[in-house]
Design a protein around this ligand. Structure first.
Ligand SMILES: *[C@@H]1O[C@H](CO)[C@@H](O)[C@H](O)[C@H]1NC(C)=O
Ligand SMILES: *[C@@H]1O[C@H](CO)[C@@H](O)[C@H](O)[C@H]1NC(C)=O
Ligand SMILES: *[C@@H]1O[C@H](CO)[C@@H](O)[C@H](O)[C@H]1NC(C)=O
Ligand SMILES: CC(=O)N[C@H]1CO[C@H](CO)[C@@H](O)[C@@H]1O
Length: 566
């Protein structure tokens, strides 16, 4: 039962006093929903991923031995006191603590929520000290407790997701309910909203309404989509009970509900939805939902790769391209850079490109310095005009919806097959591509396409460039690596209302040269106006332009945390 309404509570107390203790009315506990005023939004959130703490890490050991032991006749490449940059070693507890303490001191007061996309245990890279389920859960408990202490205590919601190293053996997860979903529903009991506990027990996914009725984060369990998980079948069309299909059915229902309620969402998870990582049928279904609900998805935020990058989900992903081998955007190495540039150069020119056909996936770099540098991201989003409600003011959506079939496809990356023919062939008949015919909800006025209330505006990324020289007396230092913003948007201009101006990055978190308005900066090569789909497409096109040598160099540098050799 809920508490009495506040008015009644006060009135009833008065009456009670008037009755001069003739009857003892038990005092109702105050109703928190009534007493809690809506919090003022800071317009920022943290994305942190792949912490990989390793309790066996020791300084002065060999990388070949996972930084656990010395290797005979090899005294070079010693593991560092705070961690070993560009290595294959995991994160010493000291570095995991340092990172979370730094965020506590510098960012916890500045953000509204936390997106935390998994892998809170070490890799299974030491045959002599194999991982156990108990160790994996212990490590997760320690990190979760620390996150709770920093954020939950301040009323900042945390949204975790399961990573491929949070399960044992790594990459392998059976359909739930099972010991994994059981264990995480305990470890994350502060994070998973009560109404979702049932669905979490079954599948390891859930939703959290960050701002009730307005903004939700959907946390997926990508283990059922990830093609390294050999105990699931990967969303086959004719297997409705496959856990990947069940999860995508659930995601579809969630998105429909949020669309009806006029809400906006982020979709988050560990393994990014790329053709190189997902089972082909799971990938098709994910891409279709991303495009179908483009108007209520502000972003797709993932981890796992450790490489900072972005890529597009496109309508061609739903097509049958009979005589073409697509290049997948996977591979944790220098090859990914080339693949992405090839993908970007296939983007049609501004006149031929239909924004309805694109969604953007953002992959954040890891905390673990394997094989780059410890990093995290702070996004900002538009809160300047909270009265401006997309749902309330949008044109009748039904007029905007189009039949999939009517969409005018470009002619890129191979000839698109004719579905009316191919879908009769045995090869395609029972594939999702031949069965996804729902109307799309795309809208140029939605916050994923136009900068308005809720639109993500940009991010600032921090890393530790001095990790290699940090020691007992010389601690590591987080520094700004880059910002996506145009530096002129970091400060109010002359005709901005100073009262309502929200700093996308608090000036004290910027390096000296950005503490005052400047037109250009080496920290800001992208100069994006916001993180809408059109802005990402524009950046993709600029990167595809071979004459943009400097911009490409920066993009590559950020992908690999400044690492030169592979
Ligand atoms: C890390 O922090 C936890 C608690 O926050 C503490 O128990 C532990 O000793 C710390 N470890 C190191 C190596 O600093
Ligand atoms: C936020 O959106 C409004 C439109 O609703 C726009 O006028 C404003 O410039 C945006 N704010 C920022 C900081 O981009
Ligand atoms: C720590 O690092 C600093 C700077 O690299 C160096 O000058 C100093 O000698 C180092 N101290 C120890 C104890 O290794
Ligand atoms: C990664 C790295 O720096 N490896 C070096 C380790 O040390 C040997 C010799 O001691 C070098 O050959 C490697 O390049």
């Amino acid at each position: 039962m809920r508490g009495l309404p506040l008015a009644c509570l006060l009135l009833c107390l008065k009456i009670e006093t008037a009755l001069a203790a003739v009857v003892q009315v038990p005092l109702q506990a105050p109703n928190h929903e009534l007493l809690n005023k809506p919090k003022k939004l800071h317009g920022r959130f943290l994305h942190i991923t792949d912490i990989h703490p390793d309790p066996h890490y020791r300084p002065g050991r060999s990388q070949e031995k996972a930084c656990h032991r010395k290797q005979k006749n090899r005294d070079k490449n010693d593991s560092g006191f705070w961690g070993t940059p560009y290595s294959t070693c995991d994160t010493p507890a000291r570095l995991a603590n340092f990172t979370l303490d730094y965020i506590n001191d510098n960012w916890a007061k500045e953000i509204d929520f936390v997106i935390w996309t998994g892998d809170n245990a070490r890799h299974d890279s030491d045959r002599q000290v194999p991982r156990t389920p108990a160790e994996i859960y212990d490590l997760n408990r320690v990190v979760a407790a620390k996150m709770e202490k920093i954020f939950t205590k301040r009323g900042i919601p945390i949204v975790p997701a399961i990573g491929n190293n949070d399960v044992w053996p790594h990459n392998i997860m059976e359909p739930g309910p099972n010991s994994i979903t059981n264990e995480y529903s305990k470890i994350w009991k502060e994070f998973i909203p009560f109404p979702y506990l049932g669905v979490f027990h079954r599948g390891g996914y859930y939703t959290k309404e960050i701002v009730p009725d307005q903004l939700a984060v959907i946390s997926l369990n990508t283990m059922y989509f990830y093609d390294s998980n050999k105990v699931v079948n990967g969303c086959p069309f004719r297997e409705p009970d496959d856990p990947g299909n069940l999860q995508l059915d659930w995601l579809e229902v969630q998105l429909k509900e949020f669309l009806d309620r006029g809400m906006q969402t982020y979709i988050i998870g560990h393994v990014p939805p790329s053709p190189g990582n997902y089972f082909p049928e799971c990938f098709v279904r994910y891409a279709e939902l991303a495009l179908r609900f483009q108007n209520i998805i502000l972003g797709h935020l993932f981890g796992h790769m450790n490489v900072d990058h972005f890529f597009f989900l496109e309508d061609i992903d739903l097509e049958i391209v009979p005589d073409e081998e697509r290049v997948g955007s996977a591979g944790n190495d220098a090859g990914l850079y080339e693949t992405l540039l090839t993908e970007f150069s296939a983007l049609p020119g501004p006149k031929r490109l239909d924004m309805d056909n694109y969604a953007v996936v953002n992959v954040a770099p890891a905390v673990v310095p394997d094989p780059y540098l410890p990093s995290f991201r702070i996004f900002s989003y538009n809160v300047t005009d909270p009265s401006y409600d997309y749902y309330g003011t949008s044109v009748d959506r039904n007029d905007k919806e189009k039949e999939n079939k009517k969409r005018n496809h470009g002619r890129n990356r191979g000839r698109r097959g004719d579905k009316s023919q191919h879908c009769k062939e045995a090869k395609y008949k029972y594939s999702w591509r031949c069965h996804l015919t729902e109307k799309w909800h795309s809208d140029p006025e939605s916050p994923s396409r136009t900068n308005r209330f809720w639109t993500p505006l940009g991010y600032a990324q921090y890393n530790i460039p001095n990790l290699h020289e940090a020691n007992k007396t010389n601690p590591p230092r987080f520094e700004l690596e880059y910002i996506t913003y145009d530096p002129k948007n970091l400060y109010p201009d002359t005709d901005t209302d100073l009262e309502s101006f929200v700093y996308p990055v608090p000036p004290q978190q910027l390096p000296e040269e950005l503490r005052q308005p400047v037109a250009k900066s080496p920290y800001a090569p992208y100069r994006m106006q916001d993180l809408t789909i059109p802005s990402w497409v524009k950046l993709g096109r600029r990167l595809a332009d071979q004459s943009r040598v400097k911009l490409r160099k920066k993009f590559k540098k950020y992908m690999y945390g400044g690492r030169k050799k592979f």
